[in-house]
Write a protein that binds this ligand. Structure first.
Ligand SMILES: [Zn+2]
Length: 353
């Protein structure tokens, strides 16, 4: 009796495993189709639109900057890999949660690259399901080591109740927006090149060459930023929004004011926050209030209307936190965004009252 019960249990387990595997296979077939329609054309070369060639090594990136760096390193050899960007729906990276399909891709991939900040708290659990015993996982904040900065609260910044609570517990929060420093981008691209060489030792020379030429472009843009700041009329930027640009301002010794720390979930500014920032606008002769991309601009508009200045511009600076597959197809790259941001900075630092 007990024996037949055991047999039944074994059969049941076998059946479940089969059903699950079949489900996964079907699901991954759907992923390919979905990807083919959402990311074809130029980026199809990166493996998005290719039929699932089992021999291809797969690289999964959580967010856009590292995905773009990887493509730049691999150049035309990118088509030998399957390169997957998880956060490609245009939603904020802070609100991303992996789907079951995403979990399957993470579990099977050869190289998994993630930022490693607060928003990636889900990663640890996802990696526990890994089925690829040779999998390499790269935590970019860990790679940066002591280049990683703590979140900073400056005068006038509205601190959320959650943050206040955390402060009481003296918990250190590290700023996860590491990609907004071109200097970090240079460091990480070079590190990623060394890691990618491990996946394909045949093309090391080619990857090194691509990396050197990409780093040269990043470096020359970094120098343009330094020059812009050196020549600028004022050295302060003001964000009527959340503030993910901590690494960026640190690189160029810019001062800043902002409504909210980092990417706090807060979006309603208190009256005193608005008043403080409007006063700063008047005091410094600021004519440009900045926001991050896809902002409602509500806070920025309140600051503008509370200031004495008449002709205030509200301009977006793109923090690359919500890049969509469509934007990538339309040519958005890490470099193109950072070049646009330079123009925004030039305006903000030079059109003053
Ligand atoms: Zn953020």
């Amino acid at each position: 009796m007990r024996k037949s019960k055991n047999m039944l249990a074994v059969l049941f387990i076998l059946f479940s495993v089969f059903a699950f595997t079949a489900g996964t296979i079907r699901k991954s077939a759907t992923i390919k189709i979905a990807e083919k329609s959402s990311l074809s054309g130029k980026k199809a070369a990166s493996g998005f639109g290719k039929t699932a060639a089992l021999s291809k090594k797969s690289i999964v990136c959580t967010s856009f900057p590292e995905y773009d760096w990887v493509l730049n390193i691999l150049g035309s050899k990118a088509e030998n890999f399957e390169i997957i960007l998880l956060q490609n729906k245009g939603t904020d990276l802070h609100s991303y949660q992996p789907t079951i399909k995403d979990m399957a891709k993470i579990a099977a991939c050869d190289l998994f690259i993630y930022v490693g900040g607060e928003s990636d708290a889900w990663v640890e659990k996802a990696l526990k399901n890994s089925t690829n015993k040779n999998q390499l996982t790269i935590n970019l904040m860990e790679l940066l080591g002591d280049k990683v900065r703590e979140e900073e609260i400056v005068e006038g910044m509205q601190v959320s109740e959650q943050h206040e609570g955390e402060e009481a517990e003296e918990e250190t929060e590290y700023d996860e927006h590491i990609w907004l420093s071109l200097r970090n981008a240079i460091f990480l691209t070079e590190e990623l090149c060394r890691i990618l060489e491990k996946l394909d030792s045949q093309n090391v020379v080619y990857y090194k060459k691509n990396t050197a030429s990409y780093v040269k472009q990043l470096d020359s843009l970094d120098k343009e930023y330094s020059k812009t700041v050196a020549d600028a009329k004022i050295k302060t930027i003001l964000f009527g929004d959340r503030f993910p640009f901590r690494y960026f301002v640190d690189d160029y010794n810019l001062n800043y004011y902002a409504a909210f720390v980092g990417c706090s979930a807060e979006s309603e500014a208190k009256f005193e926050t608005i008043v403080f920032l409007s006063k700063k606008v008047d005091e410094l002769g600021i004519k440009t209030i900045l926001t991050i991309e896809k902002s409602t601009k509500k806070v920025a508009k309140s600051i503008a209307s509370n200031s004495k200045a008449k002709d205030i511009n509200i301009i977006e600076m793109d923090s690359l936190q919500s890049v969509s597959a469509n934007e990538i197809l339309n040519g958005k790259t890490y470099l193109s965004v950072m070049k646009e941001n330079l123009k925004v900075l030039q305006t903000a630092l030079n059109q003053v009252n």
